[in-house]
Design a protein around this ligand. Structure first.
Ligand code: T4K
Length: 400
């Protein structure tokens, strides 16, 4: 096939974003039924019945004492750090995470200290902390990237030895497992994201998972302005509540998750099979991990014949809206780079220059066919690498 960037017909008519929402017809029907109940009750938010039900279902699913639902994961992290009194000092975060993980530290008055990743898991590497850069740290926040869980046992041991507080960003890790244990099961509080693009969505939303009942109680107060009861505010809370329409969408989605995960796992297999023959590209190996397969990443190596950004530009012309998560790394985002010279983080710096996330769900196209067509487009881009390089000249026209 001739790549669209060279004048061929685009592989897809509709745009195919990385985060195309996962919503089955039955999920929509269940949602509408649940919303009928919401309107009948006239109870829309503030610890309403569907929120309570969703929290119970999540606590059981993750085998934790409490799941505290919140407006989004960012708010969840804010509440959690406040409840854990992490509002100053230095906090270690991965440079390879969504900017929210670092921004919450900064918002609360703590300084994020960016650390490098293990090149296989793409999560914080526990073997790097004997460096002066981390001497003043008081807390650490590992992120589970693309559903692969960070080495929480090793990081928790480090945290204990160095007297660091520890919480984890499990935004991508709904239903993920490490050694059979899901987020929340390592004795560390963790927060999930239920954003529209995630494996499990409540439109916007999130939850904090914990086995600490006192912490859960504190979080419930904090998400509701700090009210401990009527006319009684004893903490500096904020409004981070999840409303009933979001809870309804979450409850409606739960019965679909096993099938959803199986479909995404099949998409992963299809990608692995069809991309195997493409030179200069390797896939992020998820075989060793139990993940929800929501994200699928490839790395563009020098022998592909084009740099990653040129490949990205060519994919966008096919209406495949690939993403460079989490390029250039939080440490190199202008906001942080202006405050402190970005540390050299060799694995992050190298891998984020090569990474591309591809869609795992598709608009108006069967997902397996979508993956196969995306892989074909990549293969055609590779076969025509020289002509595309000539077409793009020295620059590239992809903006963000
Ligand atoms: N920690 C980590 C590790 C995270 O990845 C995130 C969020 C957080 C913390 C914070 O969680 P929340 O506070 O959001 O609960 C998107 C999401 O907005 C963000 O939630 C997510 N991570 C991040 C990885 O992806 P952007 O800036 O890439 O979003 P955007 O608007 O470009 O959307 C991605 C694609 O999805 C677009 O091409 C369009 C498509 N899309 C999006 C929406 C919202 C749809 O097709 N339908 C939709 O409804 O951040």
């Amino acid at each position: 096939m001739e790549p669209a960037i060279l004048g061929g017909k685009p592989q897809f008519t509709a745009s195919q974003p990385v985060g195309y929402p996962l919503v089955e017809k039955e999920t929509q029907q269940r949602f509408h039924r649940l919303m009928d109940g919401v309107f009948a009750r006239n109870f829309y938010t503030n610890d309403a019945p569907l929120l309570r039900r969703l929290e119970d279902e999540l606590a059981a699913r993750f085998n934790v004492a409490a799941a505290v639902a919140v407006a989004n994961a960012t708010a969840g992290q804010m509440l959690l750090m406040k409840a854990m009194s992490i509002e100053s000092g230095q906090v270690i975060v991965s440079a390879n995470t969504f900017i929210a993980t670092a921004h919450v530290c900064e918002w609360l008055g703590a300084e994020p200290r960016f650390a490098d990743i293990d090149p296989t898991s793409l999560c914080l590497d526990p073997e790097q902390f004997d460096q002066p850069a981390f001497d003043k740290a008081t807390a650490i926040i590992p992120t589970h990237v693309f559903g692969v869980m960070a080495d929480l046992p090793a990081l928790a041991r480090l945290a204990t030895a160095r007297d660091w507080k520890i919480l984890a960003d499990a935004a991508h890790a709904f239903d993920s497992q490490r050694d059979g244990i899901k987020p929340g099961g390592f004795g560390i509080p963790e927060f999930l994201s239920f954003h529209a693009t995630k494996f499990f969505s409540t439109f916007e939303g999130g939850a904090i998972l914990t086995n600490d009942a006192a912490l859960a109680q504190a979080l419930r107060e904090l998400r509701n302005f700090g009210f401990a009861g009527f006319d009684n505010v004893d903490a500096l809370g904020i409004n981070a509540k999840m409303n009933e329409s979001c809870a309804a969408f979450g409850l409606a989605s739960l019965p679909a998750l096993e099938e959803r995960r199986a479909k995404l796992a099949a998409v992963y297999d299809k990608y692995v099979e069809t991309l195997a023959a493409v030179p200069g590209l390797h896939v992020h190996d998820l075989k060793q991990n139990w993940t929800n397969h929501r994200y699928f990443a490839v790395f563009i190596e020098p022998d592909f014949g084009l740099d990653r950004d040129s490949v990205n530009t060519a994919l966008w012309r096919e209406n495949i809206l690939a993403r460079r998560y989490f390029f250039p790394g939080c440490h190199r985002m202008p906001y942080y780079a202006a405050k402190r010279k970005p540390p050299l983080l060799p694995h992050c710096d190298e891998l984020l220059g090569k990474i591309l996330c591809l869609p795992t769900s598709f608009d108006s196209v069967d997902w397996l066919k979508g993956a196969a067509r995306t892989a074909q487009a990549l293969a055609a881009i590779q076969e025509n690498a020289k002509a595309i390089a000539r077409e793009l000249g020295s620059g590239y026209d992809y903006e963000t």
